[in-house]
Design a protein around this ligand. Structure first.
Ligand SMILES: Cc1cc2nc3c(=O)[nH]c(=O)nc-3n(C[C@H](O)[C@H](O)[C@H](O)COP(=O)(O)O)c2cc1C
Length: 326
């Protein structure tokens, strides 16, 4: 039975990306279907108060499950059934045909967020391909024309986020800056994936530990100025949603995001999300104005380019630890 066979594939499905690498998804095996839900403990109430990135991550997970199942010859389909109260997004259930996708499990495995240097920006045909993926769902992908302006917006957004103690506390909770951290190999953002040298990771750890004292002395400005991702190359791309996208629609667009990232990956490109640009109202508005798009349609922002070397593989928890009671 395809549902039972799916269990063995779960670790591959866990390679889906999620904001802060919280891996918020949960699976529950029911007679004839697998329910896909989420765990409130792995949401990000401070950094993602609207749940936008939570729903994008859940959609990315659903798409990953479908790709992995199809590549293993399992015939599963997804039925959306979004429910905030019970915290589930839908069900995977047996289907007559395999899920049609051009992507393979090997690509799911190999894709990774890359915060390092990019040798080249994406070529026009790669941009057209990722835009076509979004357009099939009623969205589009736009390149931001003015990189200098985006750099200033990025610093403003970072300053604003680092000035918020609840956002910083939540980030600290998911940072794994020391290999001795008990969850270093399980989840969160580790020093290697953040492209931090050992001394830089130690300095960040010390700065965040002293945050209550240093915050009024200008630590947020210092932290915001400490990194300039745009100096590491690439083009900033924005995923633009159709107007009025609702919560179930955001999950669907998480699926679009995953297809978009895999499209980039198969073209030898990688993405480095810069969600802070749309997390902060002022920079979201400014970015919307740059693109001449209503700010509430901006769904995801990432720097995209051709990596100079492979980024490290990020950590994952064991699916067994996260299974809902059956
Ligand atoms: C919706 C969403 C938003 C994200 N936002 C950011 C971000 O603002 N900055 C960042 O560095 N990474 C961001 N990421 C990347 C995650 O941190 C990354 O997917 C996770 O750590 C797992 O790593 P992997 O993508 O290499 O598998 C985001 C990912 C998703 C799915």
């Amino acid at each position: 039975m395809d549902i039972a066979a799916f269990r063995a594939l779960e670790p591959l499905c866990w390679r889906a990306p999620s904001a802060h690498n919280t891996q918020p998804w949960r699976l529950r095996y029911e007679p004839g279907a697998i329910r896909v839900g989420w765990d409130a403990d792995h949401a990000l109430p401070a950094a993602d108060p609207t749940g936008r990135d939570l729903r994008l991550s859940l959609g990315a997970f659903v798409e990953t499950c479908l790709i992995v199942a199809a590549d293993a010859g399992l015939r599963l389909e997804y039925v959306a059934d979004y429910d905030d109260q019970h915290r589930w997004v839908g069900r995977l259930r047996p289907a007559r045909h395999r899920y049609p996708t051009p992507f393979r499990t090997s690509e799911v495995w190999e894709r990774r967020t890359d915060r390092g240097s990019f040798a080249d920006a994406p070529e026009a045909d790669a941009l057209a391909a990722v835009d076509a993926v979004a357009r099939q769902a009623g969205g589009l992908v736009r390149a931001v024309p003015d990189a200098g302006r985006v750099g200033a917006l990025l610093r403003a957004a970072d300053r604003r986020l680092y000035a918020d103690p609840t956002i910083v506390a939540e980030l600290r909770h998911w940072l794994r800056l020391d290999p001795a951290h008990p969850d270093y190999h399980a989840d969160g953002l580790n020093d290697r994936c953040l492209a931090l040298s050992r001394p830089a990771a130690a300095a960040l750890r010390a700065a965040l530990a002293a945050y209550p004292v240093l915050r009024p002395l200008g630590l947020p400005r210092l932290l915001a100025a400490a990194d300039d991702p745009l100096a590491r190359g690439g083009t900033v791309l924005v995923l633009v949603a159709p107007a009025g996208l609702d919560r179930p629609g955001q999950v669907e667009f998480g699926r679009v995001l995953m297809r978009g990232w895999l499209t980039l990956h198969t073209a030898g490109l990688a993405a480095h999300p810069l969600s802070q640009l749309i997390d902060v109202a002022a920079t979201r508005t400014a970015l919307g104005a740059l693109l001449d798009v209503a700010p509430d349609r901006l769904l995801h922002v990432a720097r995209v380019g051709r990596p100079t070397r492979p980024a490290p593989h990020s950590a994952r928890r064991s699916p067994r630890r996260d299974r809902l009671s059956e």
